[in-house]
Write a protein that binds this ligand. Sequence first.
Ligand code: FAD
Length: 354
Amino acid sequence: MQTDFLIVGGGAVGLASAQILLKAGYSVTLVERGEVGREASWAGGGILSPLCPWDYREPVTRLALRGMEMFGEEAAALHAATGIDPEFQRSGMLVLPPFKSGLAGQWCAQHRFALQQVNLADYLPAMQGAGMLLPDVAQVRNPRLMQALRRHVEMLGGTILEHQEVHKFEIAGERVVALHTPQGRLSADAYIVAAGAWSRALLGEHALNINIRPIRGQILLLKFDAPPFRNILLRENLYLIPRRDGHVLVGSTLEDVGFDKSITAEARDDLLGRVRELFPDWRDCEPVQQWAGFRPGSPDNIPTIARHPVLANLYANSGHFRYGVTMSFASAELLLNEIEGKPQPYDVEAYRWR
Ligand SMILES: Cc1cc2nc3c(=O)[nH]c(=O)nc-3n(C[C@H](O)[C@H](O)[C@H](O)COP(=O)(O)OP(=O)(O)OC[C@H]3O[C@@H](n4cnc5c(N)ncnc54)[C@H](O)[C@@H]3O)c2cc1C
C-alpha cells in the first residue's frame, strides 16, 4: 500500500490533519491503535477556549484564538457534509470569583475578545456579586465531533485502519521508510505523528525536544430534566458545561499518574464537593457517569507542529495538552503550511521540533 501521508493517531488532531490534507488533494491513511476518537478527544469537555485565556503564553493564545475563529464554520461544514451535528454552540462562559479582573480586562482588550462585567444574580438566581462573561466562548460535543470528522475523512477518500498499533519506525538515511505494526509494514511518502499523550513514547530516540507526558483528567456527568443554566460556568479550576439535553459535565482533575486510566472516588468526591458549594440545592444529585482521559501534557501547553529536524519526511502534530480540541483545525492548518512550505500566518517558532 502506498499513500502520500500516513498519520499515526485518530484523535481530533489526527483527524483534522487528515481532513485538511485530503481537501488539499493528497492521499491519506490514518492508523489507529484502538478505535478512532476514543481517547482524549472523546473524554474532553469540548470547551472551545482556554479556561482563563489570560493565563497562557502567546503561542497558546494565537493557536487557540485561530482555532476558535475557525470552529463555527468547520462544525457547520461537518454537519452539512455528514449529517452528524457536533452540537457547536456559542453558550458563553461565565467566570465566577475569585478572578484576576485587571489581567482579564487587559488581555481581552488586547485580543479584541468580548468580556462583560455582569451581576451574577442575573444569570444564577442563587448567587450574589460580580462575574465576568465571555459571551463568544463556544462548546462542542466531543463524541459527535469525532464521529463527524471520521465520517468526513472517509467521505473525502481517506483510509482508516483501526486496531493497528505502530510500534516502530523503519529509517533509512534521513528518511522514514515504513511504520511497523503487528499486522505488517505500512509505507508512505511522509509520516505524521498525532498520537496525543503517546507521541513521545512512540517516537523514542527520535522524539528529541518533544516532552509530552500523559496528564489524566477525570470528568463527572450529571443529568437534569433541562439545562439548569445556559452558560459554561468556570470557578478557578472547576467547570460545568451544560449540554442541550440536560446533561452537565463537571471537570476536571489534572493528575500526573502515568498511563493509569482509573477513575477514583477521591476525584468524584472532590468535584462533587465543589459543585455542591456552588449549588447547595444539588446535595442529592449523583453523577450518572465518570470517566478519565489522558491529555498530551507538554511544557507551557505548547504543542509541536513541525517537520523533524533530521528525518525529512517525518512531522509531528502533538502535545496540545488542555486545548487540543480547540486547537485542532488551526493546528492542522499550520501543519499543511509547514508541509507545503507556505508562509505561516504568524511566528511559529515556538512549535518547532528541535
Ligand atoms: C478530562 C479532559 C478534559 C478536556 N477538556 C478539553 C476542553 O474542554 N477543550 C479542549 O480544547 N480540550 C480539552 N481537553 C484536551 C483535549 O481533549 C486534548 O488536547 C486533545 O483531545 C488531544 O487530541 P489528540 O488527537 O492529540 O489526542 P487523542 O485524542 O488522545 O488521540 C491520539 C490517538 O493516538 C492513538 N495512538 C497512540 N499511540 C498509537 C500508536 N502507537 N499507534 C496507533 N495509534 C496510536 C490513540 O489511541 C489515540 O486515539 C481535555 C482533555 C481531558 C482528558
